[in-house]
Design a binder for this molecule. Structure first.
Ligand SMILES: Cc1cc2nc3c(=O)[nH]c(=O)nc-3n(C[C@H](O)[C@H](O)[C@H](O)COP(=O)(O)O)c2cc1C
Length: 386
């Protein structure tokens, strides 16, 4: 059932909420490859930072990403309003405010979850943003600051009164950070109290968890963050289970390894070799988690510095986990990728100023399909020959 967030219609009930250092344009491109209906959001962006660096690439959106929101954080209503205008100008379908981040660096400055202790300021921020933009304004928050101050219900009511079009509630307090388990019963209370759509969030790692969360909370949608790491297929599997009652199998090992290569190349193409390879390490760890015999390879994946290394290590893992047939399929699929371009991204994706305002072509961000010698060399190498 579609969800209406102000004037925006969301086809599915799954939301991939902001994750700093994760939900960049490359990750979101990967999500869109496997799911077209979910709602997504960028990593959080500092509203104050935007005043100094309005061209921040972190707000770049690709044409095929919608429905997508840009999440901003900060606590100064006028600056948040300006940042909201920038998000709107970038083409965001909605602008989300981070009122849930528990990290001291953020909360010490009254940002993130600290706003749950300053409800009047939170209200002022929303009112200022609403006046500044036409797109819906949404908020993501937690149960409260700590165990003794769980004010999520009143806080949600106040935000609704101020004009938000939807909220996402993570079922933990700021003090809990990510420990313990998310308490969905509080999310249910927020849902009961509000008229705008509520996305329940916390500890959905399997499709069945999403069904349980929605049943327990009666929420309109479910926000799934960590569960999507290395596992974007979780999103369509949830949607299918919700829509049809059918639980699809998780993807097979080779599909996971190929997407891991794809993700790594995308990061290198977009961010450059050093940063891209570095950032791909954590994703590779997730893609390989749970694959039989993968731990020794994971240790090596945490040190990779090029796409070719990734392809080679994952080829060894493909052989170990899926035998010679699996390796052959892996090589055939990976052979499609242009590893050389992945390793020389600056030719195509320079960080020069003229690129910063250009609309992002996701086909250019994600790897090109072009045969390359590297894999053939690998396939023919005596030690790897299947
Ligand atoms: C690496 C990481 C980065 C995150 N960054 C943000 C962020 O920028 N903004 C935000 O509102 N929440 C952020 N979160 C919180 C998630 O959106 C989500 O609320 C939380 O992980 C609980 O959901 P889950 O159990 O499905 O992971 C982040 C979480 C993780 C793991």
């Amino acid at each position: 059932m579609p969800i209406k967030i102000g004037s925006v219609t969301i086809p599915g009930r799954v939301y991939v909420p902001p994750m700093a250092g994760v939900t960049d344009i490359v990750f979101r491109g990967i999500v869109r490859r496997v799911d077209q209906g979910c709602m997504m959001a960028t990593e959080m962006v500092s509203s104050r930072g935007l005043m100094h660096r309005p061209e921040a690439r972190i707000m770049d959106l690709a044409a095929n990403e919608h429905p997508i929101g840009i999440q901003i954080f900060g606590h100064e209503p006028d600056i948040m309003a300006e940042a909201a205008k920038m998000a709107q100008a970038k083409g965001a379908d909605f602008v989300d405010v981070n009122m849930g981040c528990p990290v001291p660096k953020i909360t010490n400055g009254k940002d993130g979850c600290a706003l749950m202790r300053e409800p009047e300021l939170a209200r002022e921020i929303i009112v200022a943003m609403k006046e500044a933009v036409d797109i819906p304004v949404t908020v993501k928050f937690r149960l409260g600051w700590d165990e003794s101050t769980k004010n999520c219900v009143q806080f949600g009511e106040l935000l609704e009164e101020a004009g938000v079009s939807a909220v996402t509630v993570h079922g933990r307090t700021r003090a809990q950070k990510y420990s313990g388990t998310a308490d969905w019963s509080w999310i249910a209370q927020v849902k009961k109290a509000l008229s705008v759509p509520v996305f329940g969030n916390g500890d959905v790692f399997e499709p069945e968890d999403a069904v349980r969360l929605l049943e327990a909370t009666n929420c309109d949608g479910v926000a799934v963050a960590r569960g999507t790491l290395g596992n974007p297929w979780l999103i369509p599997r949830i949607t299918k289970l919700l829509d049809t009652g059918v639980l699809d199998d998780p993807p097979e090992v080779i599909e996971r390894l190929v997407l891991a290569v794809h993700h790594c190349l995308g990061l290198i193409n977009y961010k450059g070799l050093r940063v891209g390879a570095n950032e791909s390490r954590r994703h590779l760890t997730h893609y390989t988690k749970g694959i039989r015999g993968s731990s020794q390879y994971r240790a090596r994946l945490t040190q990779v510095t090029s796409a070719k290394e990734v392809v080679d290590i994952l080829a060894e893992l493909a052989l170990e986990a899926a035998g010679t047939d699996g390796l052959a399929r892996y090589l055939e699929m990976v052979n499609e990728y242009d590893l050389d371009n992945g390793e020389n991204p600056d030719k195509r994706h320079s960080q020069h100023k003229e690129h910063l305002h250009a609309p992002v072509d996701v086909n250019a961000v994600l790897p090109l399909a072009k045969p390359v010698n590297t894999v053939n060399e690998w396939r023919n190498a005596p030690s790897h020959n299947p």
